[in-house]
Write a protein that binds this ligand. Structure first.
Ligand code: UDP
Length: 253
């Protein structure tokens, strides 16, 4: 698999279908895997938080889940093929799970949201096995109890963790070795969408790559977090200008 690096963070150049095939392989291997749906907010968080950067770079799969990343990589002369959305990945993974009999545990989001998301997923994917749902907390003090709950719910093939970045990836990294779960993915606000609590952007807006703007309109309090986007753009442009001035193309794969 080809990988590229942007501002010190690794991204895998995968399509949605390749992502699903890779995750299927991970499940069949039976070994634990950490999957990150990396977006520009992740990359900017990883500039300050070196532990998080290391963790993202050691992920078994780092999915390029942000149009900003696609743009930045193009500007820096190392384009990747596709923007692979976390929401689409989870939807397709649930279809695969229903088809192959994989069981799924939904961890995180506000009270009742994971359960509602699970109900809606089961309606869309008949036969989908839900091993359990739990809101819980990313606070390490609750790790033992949550891990125990997941182990008891088992076997679990896919664990979706919705604690937002970087808490969700850190939660998985801390606990993956003591859960028998082959695929653990940080999914951010995906349960909010799946439960119907937050409306996802219409297809046209998604196709125009303006989902971030729609989200800002729906949840205006996100503006501060979304400042990561212009900050990211600035870093990319600075790198680009630096490389032009230095008279060489930046290419650090
Ligand atoms: N969340 C949680 N516990 C926390 C912090 C966040 O369950 O301590 C949940 C929150 O309810 C939401 C998800 O984590 O469902 C994070 O969603 P966000 O929109 O921040 O993620 P994004 O999609 O932007 O990565």
């Amino acid at each position: 698999m080809r990988s590229v690096e942007i501002l010190g963070v690794r991204l895998d150049d995968v399509t949605l279908q390749e992502t699903i095939d890779t995750l299927d392989g991970f499940i069949q291997s039976g070994q634990p895997h950490l999957i990150a749906t990396t977006n520009t907010e992740f990359v900017m968080a990883a500039q300050r938080d070196l532990e998080y950067r290391r963790l993202l770079n050691s992920a078994d799969l780092s999915i390029p889940d942000g149009v900003g990343l696609i743009w930045g990589l193009r500007v820096l002369g190392k384009p990747i093929r596709k923007h692979v959305r976390g929401t689409d990945t989870v939807e397709r993974l649930m279809a695969l799970a229903a088809q192959k009999g994989y069981s799924v545990f939904l961890l995180g989001a506000a009270e009742g949201v994971a359960a509602m998301a699970a109900e809606r997923l089961k309606a869309r994917h008949p036969g989908l096995k839900i091993a359990g749902t739990y809101a819980g907390s990313p606070d390490p003090r609750f790790d033992d109890a949550i891990v125990e709950m997941i182990r008891k719910a088992g076997p679990v093939d896919i664990l979706l963790v919705a604690y937002g970045a970087p808490a969700q990836e850190k939660w998985i990294a801390r606990n993956m070795s003591r859960m028998n779960v082959p695929v653990a993915i940080g999914v951010g606000g995906v349960f909010d969408f799946f439960s119907g609590r937050v409306k996802r952007a219409p297809t046209l807006i998604r196709n125009l790559e303006l989902e971030w703007l729609y989200r800002l309109w729906q949840q205006p309090w996100r503006w501060r977090r979304q400042l990561a986007l212009p900050r990211f753009a600035l870093c990319v442009l600075r790198l680009k200008v630096g490389s032009i001035v230095a008279g060489k193309k930046v290419f650090t794969e």
